[in-house]
Write a protein that binds this ligand. Structure first.
Ligand code: TYM
Length: 340
């Protein structure tokens, strides 16, 4: 079989993204962003990180809020430690190849596959008055985001696993039909913190769309709010800091603490042996504040420097377009379009 996958690529590639649909939660940070920063520091991958603005309009957005959320997210990416000068950080809408490949993949995705996506079902329930076609086909656009960059690895939280499986299926389907074109990507889901749960209901995912504000921590929440929310987190009637049935609330706080301090779950259990939830929650709160405070400070500085942010996203778009164009022209040729 003809092998057209870019052979000049020396480093393995990473692509991931976050939707600019409001403030980021600690779940986004632990499940995704924090790992992006660590992976970028390892310096063995070439990475592309994007703000998924095209995805955001699957839910109705106020244009001025969307613009603000996009710039906020860009600043937060950098504040969390992404090196946007070294590797591209860009807005998805600045790279037309995403929608171009999205359409080709739409034509190779079955309705049945899209109907099975749990996120589609969840969002349709939440936005019953606006179940639009974009919301339905969103997973094939997400597949396009990944396949365009010939990504080897996609660091995401657990809730994106099903989308990644579909991406792999679409890559294989296209490769079988038109000869090797796409790398088949692997998800990178962290062992700890892949799904940070609501602080008020540890059976539900922590999500910024939760009506109960005490259920989530935002990266930009004031410090005293963060401490209060952690102190109010639901635990159980016992006092032991450990994992197990009925201990989901404590286990969730342990995952957060583990992500903030790099301590293992066993080390955490040992650290709090004989101590109550009060001490434990204070330590969790302190660890979160230690990580988020410097991020908030860097964010505030970055937001004063809009020219810098603009230079970052322009540079990012240039690099991303360069890579994405190579894939889309190959795809267009393979499906039989006449070259312009
Ligand atoms: P989004 O914007 O909903 O979430 C961004 C990332 O944060 C992770 N995440 C969590 N991780 C742990 N615990 C939680 N409570 C939690 N909440 C969110 C998500 O798993 C995700 O990694 N479709 C994607 C955005 C996207 C994308 C892509 C991702 C668009 N194109 C291409 C990867 C590759 C989304 O809506 O994520």
């Amino acid at each position: 079989m003809e092998n057209n996958i870019e052979s000049t690529q020396s480093k393995k590639r990473i692509l991931s993204g976050i939707q600019p649909s409001g403030a980021l939660t600690l779940g986004n940070y632990v499940g995704a962003l924090r790992n992006w920063v660590q992976l970028q520091k390892e310096d063995i991958y070439e990475s592309y990180y994007m703000i998924a603005d095209l995805h955001a309009i699957t839910v109705r957005q106020e244009p001025k809020d969307l613009r603000k959320n996009c710039m906020d997210l860009l600043a937060l990416f950098i504040a969390c430690g992404l090196d946007a000068e070294k590797e591209p950080v860009f807005f998805q809408s600045h790279v037309p190849a995403h929608t171009q490949l999205g359409w080709v993949l739409d034509c190779n995705t079955y309705m049945g596959e899209l109907s099975r996506m749990t996120q589609f079902k969840d969002k349709s329930r939440k936005h019953a008055d606006n179940i639009n076609a974009g919301l339905f086909t969103y997973p094939s656009l997400m597949a396009a985001d990944i396949l365009l960059y010939q990504a080897d690895l996609v660091p995401v939280g657990k809730d994106q696993k099903q989308h990644l499986e579909l991406t792999r299926d679409l890559a294989n389907r296209f490769n079988n039909a038109y000869s090797d074109t796409f790398k088949v990507p692997e998800p990178y889901i962290p062992k700890i913190g892949a799904k940070i749960m609501s602080l008020q209901d540890p059976m539900q995912k922590m999500s910024k769309s939760d009506p109960n504000e005490n259920s989530f921590i935002l990266l930009l929440d004031p410090i005293d709010t963060i401490v209060k929310k952690i102190k109010r987190a639901v635990t159980d009637s016992g006092s032991e800091v450990c994992c197990g049935e009925g201990k989901e609330g404590v286990e969730n706080l342990m995952s957060i603490y583990s992500a903030m301090t790099n301590k293992t779950m066993d080390e955490i259990t040992a650290e709090f042996e004989g101590k109550g939830y009060g001490d434990f929650k204070s330590a969790v709160a302190e660890s979160v504040v230690d990580v988020l405070k410097p991020i908030q400070e860097r964010y505030a500085d970055l937001m004063k420097n809009k020219d810098y942010l603009e230079s970052v996203y322009k540079m990012g778009a240039e690099k991303a377009n360069y890579t994405a164009r190579k894939t889309i022209s190959k795809v267009y040729r393979k499906v039989g379009f006449i070259q312009p």
